[in-house]
Write a protein that binds this ligand. Structure first.
Ligand code: URA
Length: 240
């Protein structure tokens, strides 16, 4: 692959701008400056350095973020800043999208990718990929509430009651809820259907991949192939 094309594919600008950056001596290839945009590079293990930052070549982008409260999962946010404003320019330029959405006041594990098939698999209810939430409620979490969530609650516009894959009390007003789907405001609506109300909501994990404990709110990191496998692990009861 030509160097300028490699740069373009990784979100470093238009063909013209990538060619110009290389000609200006602003691009490092595997640690050495290269000023010929036509140079053939091997994408496997390729390291590109621009503005002092080194980027591994990645065929597709898979990124995890610790979403902070007060950010909207939209390119056109209405009342709060966009989660996309927390990502670096090359990721935006290569067109990463949110994998499902979290409400502006929800915190926790949010994925981004430019791989449409991956996004589809992660959000399809048929794949049974678990989303694990910790919800703090306004009122005490009762046994009756846990039973209702496990057995299924009726939601407006849903033809059949929706049940949690798992549901456990963590303390008087906090529960952990595992869902197979990601319907609009699903956790808040399910908890409201039991007569309680969500005060804070945090996504702890997707599949068997937890939000890294050392990633601060607003931080992001690349996902490795092993992380993707963990993310795509279906909930045990959904395995065929
Ligand atoms: N369910 C909700 O109600 N809100 C979220 O942000 C995610 C799941």
């Amino acid at each position: 692959m030509k160097l300028y094309r490699a740069l373009q594919s990784q979100g470093f600008g238009s063909r013209k701008s990538c060619v110009a950056q290389v000609r200006a001596g602003a691009v490092g290839v595997n640690g050495a400056v290269c000023d010929d945009p036509e140079t053939e590079v091997d994408p496997a293990g390729l390291e590109l350095t621009l503005d002092g930052v080194t980027w591994m070549f990645r065929e597709q982008a898979y990124v995890l973020m610790h979403k902070p409260a007060g950010y909207e999962c939209s390119h056109h946010p209405s009342h709060h800043p966009s989660v996309f404003s927390l990502l670096p320019a090359p990721l935006l330029q290569r067109g990463v999208q949110c994998v499902g959405r979290l409400d502006q006041d929800t915190t926790g594990l949010l994925l981004f990718s430019d791989d449409g098939q991956f996004i589809h698999r992660m959000i399809s209810p048929r794949k049974g990929i678990a989303k694990v939430y910790r919800a703090t409620c306004a009122e005490s979490v009762t046994d009756a509430m846990l039973d209702a969530l496990r057995q299924g609650v009726a939601l407006n516009d849903e033809p059949v009651p929706i049940a949690a894959l798992a549901c456990d009390r963590l303390d008087a007003c906090t529960l952990r809820l595992t869902l197979a789907e990601g319907k609009y405001h699903q956790v808040k609506r399910m908890i409201a259907a039991t007569g309680n109300r969500v005060e804070t909501l945090h996504r702890e994990a997707i599949g068997s991949h937890a939000l890294p404990a050392d990633l601060p709110p607003g931080g992001w990191r690349w996902l490795a192939p092993a992380d993707l496998q963990q993310l795509e692990q279906p909930w045990p009861s959904a395995r065929s």
